[in-house]
Design a protein around this ligand. Structure first.
Ligand code: TMP
Length: 387
């Protein structure tokens, strides 16, 4: 595959979820965050993905259970997927994090085995009584699972786009599902990013930005096909792909071909997006300039916010802090932009005129919970504005 550079975000911290202490300022690694496109396969990905061990280790800062809405999302998902499980079969979840989806399977009386390389989040799932295999998914882990279980469903939420070596990954999944099982995965989707200009879905952990065109081809190389799709609200716009062995028992829904048609000229869209991202940056900086004499803080210390603040050049002089609920983030600073993270529960939002929302994908849930805030929200998605 040969990638041409299409979007350039300049220098970004290698690990967007790598929150730092004051003593660590200046030690965090950076890389040129450039998005590439391969015209032959329609692949969109980071030109220089970081080594997976840099991001997924015992200090992984993202805990899935922080959002109530996500708990409901996974409960609904397990309810839907349970019909794919045959007698005596288990589900396997790739990137099971703190066990949010394993809880949902358990509530339905079904077993789900997790595979998780980040020890700190896996510990929470284990403490809740779930079985988790420590490590990255690969052929060895697949063989181990097959020696112990009959696998009916393999599921991955916001994890497949993190896996740089898709060949080993898809090969492992193909072994796990065999000719009878299904592989269901959901990730941020290119057309949503394009339409919402949600450029902060590009960051170090997200090696790939998926399109149906690319996935169809890549999965076929491993003897699998997409038989259905479902657009999701998660992560600001994701796509769920339903996959089986080629010519499997599920009829291929016409939605798959229709969605591919909608993707159209991807290179044209990427070039257009690149220009709109630049405009979005200027718009957000103009708004922050307008409110510079007001009381402003940030909300949700997301990795998306790390991309936005580093790309736009927003530092502590503009945003004194960002609030968050995650204990391991509180007290630390954003890598690169060095904005401090403070506890959401200890913040008196009534003292602020404006909040910049970096967790814009959870806005409904946040607005509902933040009735104490009487000021206005600032967002950059789908375009910079004060709401
Ligand atoms: P995400 O957008 O990648 O799901 O990350 C959500 C982050 O926002 C996570 O660090 C938790 C934080 N958060 C809050 O601090 N307060 C909230 O009310 C919500 C919904 C999320």
């Amino acid at each position: 595959m040969s990638y041409i550079p299409v979007i350039n975000f300049g220098k970004q911290p290698t690990h967007a979820n790598g929150f730092v202490t004051k003593e660590e300022f200046g030690t965090e690694p950076f890389y040129d965050m450039v998005i590439g496109f391969d015209e032959e396969t329609d692949a969109i990905r980071l030109m220089e993905p970081a080594a997976r061990e840099v991001m997924f280790n015992d200090k992984y800062a993202f805990y899935s259970k922080t959002s109530k809405k996500m708990q409901k999302h996974f409960a609904d998902t397990a309810e839907e997927l349970k019909d794919f499980l045959g007698d005596g079969e288990v589900a396997v979840e790739i990137g099971s994090n703190d066990g949010i989806m394993q809880d949902a399977w358990k509530a339905l009386g079904k077993q789900c085995i997790g595979v998780e390389p980040s020890g700190n989040v896996a510990e929470i799932a284990k403490n809740a009584g779930h079985t988790v295999i420590d490590g990255f998914i690969g052929r060895d882990v697949a063989n181990k699972l097959l020696s112990e279980y009959k696998v009916g469903v393999v599921y991955g939420a916001n994890v497949s786009c993190h896996i740089t070596d898709l060949d080993e990954y898809f090969d492992s999944v193909a072994r796990l599902i065999g000719s009878h099982g299904v592989f269901v995965f959901e990730d941020p989707y290119f057309l949503d990013v394009y339409e919402k200009c949600s450029y902060d879905q590009f960051y170090g952990e997200h090696t790939w930005m998926f399109t149906v065109k690319f996935l169809e081809r890549k999965l076929a190389e491993h003897g699998m096909e997409i038989f259905d799709l479902k657009p999701l609200w998660t992560h600001g716009g994701s796509m769920r792909f339903y996959v089986q062995a080629l010519w499997g028992k599920h009829k291929v829904n016409k939605r798959v071909a229709e969605q591919k048609e909608k993707e159209g000229d991807i290179l044209f869209k990427l070039n257009d997006l690149s220009k709109r991202i630049q405009t979005s940056k200027e718009g957000l900086l103009n708004i922050l300039e307008l409110v510079k004499d007001k009381r402003v803080c940030g909300f949700g210390a997301t990795s998306k916010g790390v991309v936005v603040t580093n790309y736009c050049g927003i530092g502590p002089e503009t945003l004194p802090f960002i609030t968050d609920t995650t204990p391991t983030k509180i007290g630390k600073f954003y890598p690169g932009s060095h904005i401090q993270i403070v506890s959401q529960n200890e913040t008196d939002y009534s003292q602020f005129d404006y909040i910049v929302n970096f967790a814009w994908n959870h806005f409904d849930e946040i607005k509902e919970a933040r009735k104490d805030f009487k000021g206005k929200w600032i967002t950059h998605v789908p375009y910079p504005r004060i709401t």
